[in-house]
Design a protein around this ligand. Structure first.
Ligand code: ZN
Length: 137
């Protein structure tokens, strides 16, 4: 059974998942201090303001750190797979997957771009793939 019908209705994270379902990446941006943050929280983690809204992200960033999982926690995952902390252009970070490359290709600072993939449960999930055009610069 897919979680898609309910995840986009959750008050805090619903707009994030609704955007993902449209293949768009958004992030919370604080109206008071202007910082982007993730995951979505009731209060801005920088200035504690409750006034923030979702804004579009370029979906471009760089690998901040990464690891390769060889023993998945659940048989629905196909190992090996790469988990990474990606820093987006707007200065926020997201724990995600790196797809469309081999584990040995991933390195810190690798330019990546968002790619929407189907997760094990059938939901659309944001992942990242090497940004080959940016890498060639
Ligand atoms: Zn703030």
């Amino acid at each position: 059974m897919s979680a898609t019908p309910t995840r986009s209705r959750r008050p805090l994270t619903g707009p994030f998942w609704a955007a993902v379902d449209r293949h768009e990446l958004v992030r919370p941006v604080c109206e008071r201090c202007g910082k982007s943050f993730f995951t979505p929280q009731v209060l801005c983690p920088v200035c504690q303001s409750s006034s923030w809204s979702y804004r579009p992200s370029t979906g471009r960033g760089r690998v901040h750190s990464h690891t390769t999982i060889h023993r998945p926690p659940d048989p629905t995952f196909t190992a090996p797979y790469i988990v990474a902390d990606v820093e987006l252009d707007e200065g926020w970070r997201m724990l995600t997957w790196i797809v469309d490359c081999e584990p040995e290709e991933v390195r810190i600072d690798l330019p990546v771009r968002v790619r929407f993939v189907e997760g094990p449960g059938g939901d659309v999930l944001p992942a990242f793939a090497p940004d080959r055009a940016e890498e060639a610069r």
